[in-house]
Design a protein around this ligand. Structure first.
Ligand SMILES: Cc1cc2nc3c(=O)[nH]c(=O)nc-3n(C[C@H](O)[C@H](O)[C@H](O)COP(=O)(O)OP(=O)(O)OC[C@H]3O[C@@H](n4cnc5c(N)ncnc54)[C@H](O)[C@@H]3O)c2cc1C
Length: 384
């Protein structure tokens, strides 16, 4: 089926992304994978190419591209080239940190952060999760205490992507002085810059997406100027809930793109390889598998494309975004597994894109809210 999501402008943007991928990422990606860190030059090169901070208004140095299809094109290109760690790094910066600053930040805060986020001179991370609080963010213990016009932040975060490479993190911290499990009003969001008292732990050794750095962060009375409070005190969890649909949509887009890429690679592989005097694709079992997979790929694309259009129209609510994320990430989990099987032993060898995609995409049912939490969000909306 022909997808009808994109027009000529999106395809021109895709050419820019493809060329950027080939020039700035492909030659270095294996080294970044080994070092568990991508270069800062890549970020500034992406900024020069207009690939960062797409939604930032012109007043703050961006292009004001509110059409999410451009972000989707980028995600598709990172999936196609198997540079999924770069896709993840951009996702944290553009789909998770940026929307909070755009929606709730004061002009002063925007002035401080947005131009650098567009040029790639400022790389950001989002720090919600803690060792004792992942799905249950009301158990976050990192605290922020007022000190004159400033805030002092103390606590510990974990699993933070761009945690080592980034310059600042959007941090969820408790501001009501309470202990134990907080209420919806107990938390606030701060942009916390690297500096005194801000320490990163060692790299966490992930099973995939190795070129993206992931770390623990420790805050020991980090002084944060009042201007770096995002929006109002006590609104942090509400803001996060309001912005979650974009993050979950992005995961759905990436899932769909990886599923398509892996399917296409598997069709080619099964045409190229022979056993018992026949191509692998000539076994009825292989064809039936590929028939099911292609159908699932197209259903997923169609569903995710509708979610993108709903998001553009301001109509993607929390349950719809959760359904798109749930469906697409479960599909890619199953599809990468079945495609790997069709590669036989070569599917287990990391040189083959299917093995890399299998490891990278395993995150997608966990990250951005686990799929059990997605079912909970959807189920509650049904029951309401
Ligand atoms: C590679 C990677 C990168 C990440 N990047 C970031 C990042 O940049 N910033 C950030 O803040 N976080 C990040 N995370 C954290 C991620 O969002 C959390 O891991 C995720 O939200 C789950 O939290 P948890 O790991 O504490 O699992 P837990 O909450 O402990 O869950 C364990 C299991 O229990 C299930 N469960 C929990 N609650 C319920 C419930 N109510 N009903 C049914 N089942 C439930 C879960 O679904 C899961 O299966 C990252 C994680 C990884 C692995």
């Amino acid at each position: 089926m022909q997808r009808k999501l994109y027009d000529e402008d999106h395809e021109l943007f895709r050419e820019v992304a493809t060329e950027f991928n080939a020039r700035e990422i492909a030659p270095h990606y294996a080294k970044w994978d080994d070092e568990h860190m991508m270069s800062r030059d890549m970020w500034t090169a992406a900024g020069e190419q207009g690939l960062l901070g797409l939604a930032v208004p012109e007043d703050f140095g961006g292009m004001g591209m509110s059409d999410y299809r451009f972000r989707a094109v980028l995600d598709e290109e990172f999936a196609r080239s198997n540079h999924l760690a770069v896709g993840l790094a951009f996702h944290l910066h553009d789909d998770l940190v940026l929307p909070h600053l755009l929606a709730y930040g004061s002009d002063e805060l925007k002035e401080r952060w947005l131009p650098g986020m567009v040029t790639g001179e400022k790389v950001t991370s989002i720090a919600m999760t803690e060792p004792g609080a992942g799905s249950d963010l009301r158990s976050v213990r990192t605290k922020a205490v007022r000190d004159g016009d400033d805030w002092l932040i103390s606590g510990q975060k974990t699993f933070i992507g761009n945690g080592i490479s980034g310059d600042a993190s959007l941090v969820l911290a408790r501001t009501d002085g309470g202990t134990g499990r907080g209420s919806t009003d107990s938390f606030s969001l701060f942009m916390v810059e690297k500096g005194e008292g801000y320490n990163t732990g060692k790299q966490l050794d992930k099973m995939g997406l190795k070129a993206s750095d992931t770390a623990e962060i420790f805050f020991d009375d980090v002084r944060v100027p009042g201007v770096n409070l995002v929006g109002e005190v006590g609104q942090g969890l509400r803001y996060a809930a309001e912005q979650l649909p974009q993050g979950r949509l992005a995961i759905a887009v990436a899932s769909s793109a990886v599923a398509r890429t892996v399917y296409e690679a598997t069709v080619q592989y099964t045409k190229d390889r022979n056993a018992f005097g026949e191509r692998i694709i000539d076994f009825q079992h292989s064809r039936f598998e590929l028939a099911d997979i292609l159908t699932e790929v197209e259903v997923t694309e169609t569903y995710v494309d509708q979610a993108i259009l709903a998001f553009n129209a301001g109509e993607l609510d929390a349950s719809s975004a959760a359904r798109a994320k749930l469906w697409a990430s479960e599909r890619v989990k199953s599809i990468t597994d079945r495609c790997l099987q069709l590669h036989g032993g070569y599917g287990y060898i990391l040189e083959y894109p299917v093995a890399q995609a299998y490891l990278a995409s395993r995150l997608l049912t966990i990250f951005g809210g686990t799929n059990e939490i997605m079912r909970d969000v959807i189920g509650r909306a049904i029951a309401a």
